[in-house]
Design a protein around this ligand. Structure first.
Ligand SMILES: Nc1nc2c(ncn2[C@@H]2O[C@H](COP(=O)(O)OP(=O)(O)OP(=O)(O)O)[C@@H](O)[C@H]2O)c(=O)[nH]1
Ligand SMILES: [Mg+2]
Length: 213
């Protein structure tokens, strides 16, 4: 018999090389599917690539789909995120602002900053539960959560979580925090209960990345 199945859609939103695919890999139970970017001959527009990952709970009675917008560089050639259907239909957003380490495209910081401020405003306007992560905290030359807050004018009331996207436990904790920010329901509670393992609850955000070399 097929029971009631609840699906949540979570968007991992961020510019090139911010850790979207890695975040997805760390939370998904399956190999994350990464589509290549494409080119529309008719409109001469580039089509964003998409990452797709999945976490199923209780024999897939509750399923979380994680979508990441893929390569969006160069920004000017891609459709604006404001037109993105994903933003209209998702249950939650993890926003990964650009951070420095390993970022060959960092010279375009000014463009990124303007686009990211715009993205943040759009996310707020949608009223979709979201949170912001300061990724790559294990690496050198990265912005702290406070630095990202100042760069993007993010209000104190909006939490910014330090993150290491290669660390499954930290990623699970951040997804847990996102579900805690959603309107309560039995299905949301199922996800919260599933992710609330002692290890995940033991993540100390004050010490994330503090042991970097
Ligand atoms: N050490 C470390 N490596 C990271 C972290 N986040 C991502 N990476 C690595 O950085 C590289 C790029 O990360 P991706 O997850 O592919 O970045 P992306 O946002 O999907 O990039 P695009 O798809 O090109 O837009 C990969 O090798 C990741 O494993 C992190 O927090 N710490
Ligand atoms: Mg990617």
């Amino acid at each position: 018999m097929i029971g009631k199945i609840k699906t949540f859609k979570i968007l991992l939103l961020g510019n090139h090389n911010t850790g979207k695919t890695q975040f997805n890999k760390s939370i998904s139970e399956m190999d994350v599917i990464v589509t290549p970017p494409a080119f529309d001959e008719k409109t001469t527009q580039l089509i964003r690539s998409v990452d797709f990952g999945k976490l199923g709970i209780d024999n897939d009675q509750v399923v979380i789909h994680f979508f990441g917008n893929g390569e969006i560089f160069p920004l000017s050639k891609y459709p604006p995120l404001s037109g993105s259907l994903e933003l209209l239909t998702v249950d939650g957003i993890v926003f990964l602002p650009k951070n420095r380490a390993g970022d060959a495209a960092y010279q375009f910081e000014a463009d990124n900053l303007a686009e990211e401020k715009n993205e943040f405003n759009l996310i707020q306007q949608r009223g979709i539960p979201y949170l912001i992560v300061a990724n790559r905290q294990d690496q050198e030359n990265t912005f702290s959560p406070d630095q990202i807050r100042r760069r993007l004018d993010i209000p104190e009331s909006t939490p910014i979580y330090p993150c290491v996207a290669t660390d499954k436990t930290i990623v699970q904790r951040i997804v847990l925090e996102l579900f805690k920010a959603m309107p309560p329901s039995d299905d949301v509670q199922t996800v919260i209960d599933f992710l609330s393992t002692p290890e995940v609850l033991g993540v100390d955000f004050d010490s994330v990345g503090k042991d970097k070399a």
